[in-house]
Ligand binder design. Sequence first.
Ligand code: CFM
Length: 482
Amino acid sequence: MSTDLGSKQNLIDEMLEVYPDKARKDRSKHYEINDENLINCGKCSIKSNMKSRPGVMTVRGCAYAGSKGVVWGPIKDMVHISHGPVGCGQYSWGTRRNYATGTLGVDNFTAMQITSDFQEKDIVFGGDKKLEEICREIKEMFPLAKGISIQSECPVGLIGDDIEAVAKKMTAEIGIPIIPVRCEGFRGVSQSLGHHIANDAIRDFLMGRRELEECGPYDVSIIGDYNIGGDAWASRILLEEMGLRVIAQWSGDGSINELAIAHKSKLNLIHCFRSMNYMCTTMEREYGVPWMEYNFFGPTKTIESLRAIADRFDDHIRDNCEKMIEKYRIQMDAIIGKYRPRLEGKKVMLLIGGLRPRHTIGAYEDLGMEIVAAGYEFGHKDDYTRTFPDLKEGTIIYDDPSAYELEELAQKLDIDLMGAGVKEKYVYHKMGIPFRQMHSWDYSGPYHGFDGFKVFARDMDMTVNSPVWDLLKDPQRKAVSV
Ligand code: CFM
C-alpha cells in the first residue's frame, strides 16, 4: 500500500474509533480506498444495500419514497394517492422538483398532495372502503386524469388491506387504470426496493399494453430521467437535434401512455441505472428492445455519450451528431474558459442516492475540480463497480455513511465543496463548508446536457467562491463586522 493509501486508511480507522467494537467492524466494511485493483474492477468488497446500523444516523429514505416520490410521482396525467396517514405525502410534497408541463389540477397532477389521510378508525376497520370513495372523488374532481396509482404507506401493509381488489373493482367502475403499488415503507433497506417494486407495477399493469400508430427507425425512449429542474428537457433536445425521435420519457414529464408504448422503441436509453435498470432488462427480455446507459453530466461525458448513442444508428445520425458536437463545443469551451480558472484544484465530496456520485464526476473534472471522496446512500454492487474506474487512486468511497462519518471526513480532507442532500445542507453551512444540494439542484437546474452544464458551472462557482464562507469561519478568532 502506498503512503497515500495508507494515510487514507488511517484517517478512516481514526474516524471509526469512536464507535463500539461491533459498530466499528460493521461500518468499516462500507469503506474502500480506490486503488489499481478497483479501478480495473478486479475486486469490489465494499458492502452495500444492507440494513443501516441501528443507532447510527442514516440519510436513506424508504420504499414509499422510492416508488411514489421517485418513479411514479412524475407521471403527470395520473393522480397518485399517498395511501395511509397524512405525513408521508405531506412532508415529501414538492421537494423533488420533477417538472412537468400542463395545467395543474386539470391534466397535470404532479404538484398535488393527494392522500387518504388514515385515521384511527381506518387502522382498526381497514381503509378499503375509503379508498373506493377516494377513487370516485378523483374521477369526479379530475375528469381528465388518465389513471390512478395507489402508493401504500406502512400501515396499509401492516393491517392487511386488499388494495389489489379495490383497484380491480374501481378500474371497472370508473373506467381508468388504477394501479396498486405495494411500496410500504418498511420493505427493504432503503428507497431502492421502492424503485424495484414501482418498476414491477409498471411491468404488471402498463408495459406493452398500448400500440404506437406509426413507428420509425429512430424511435428511442429516455428511461430514468425524472426531469429534476428540467433535466429531461435539456436531454431530449439533444437527442432530437441528432435526428432521433423520443417516444417516451420515463418518468419525468411523462404520461401513462408513454409507460404503455415504450416497448416500441428501437433503443432504450437509460440515465438512472439504479432506479430503472429492471425495466430495461424486462423490455429487452419480453420485447427484444436493446438498451444502453448514457451520461449527460458535463461536456466530456455528454459528447462521449452522444457519439455512443449515434453509433447505434446510421451515418445520417452520426453526421448530425458530429455537427451538433462542433456547434456546442464552442459554447462549452467558453464556459470552461470562464469558470475553470476559478475552480481548478478544488476538492469535492459527494453523497447522493444511487447514480449521481458517479455520473457527475466528469462534470466536476471538466471544471478542474477533484473528487476526493464519494459514495451512495443506497447503491448496489453494480453501482460501485461502475464507480471505481471513474475515480482517481486514493479516493475514499463510502456506502450509507452516517452524519458523523461524513462530517469528520469533510473536515479531515479539508474539502472545498460538499454535494449532498437537504438533511446535510445546513450542518455544512454552519461548518463554513460550501455546499450544493445535489438532489434538487438547490432550486436551480437543469444540470443535464449542454444547457445544463452552463447552469452547473455557474452554480459551483457561485457556491465555492462566495465571500460568505470567510465570514462564517472561526467566529471566535475572527471578528465579524456587522
Ligand atoms: Fe436515480 Fe434520481 Fe439518483 Fe434516484 Fe433519489 Fe433523485 Fe438521487 Mo435524490 S432516481 S438514484 S432515488 S438519479 S431522488 S432524481 S437525486 S437520491 S442520485
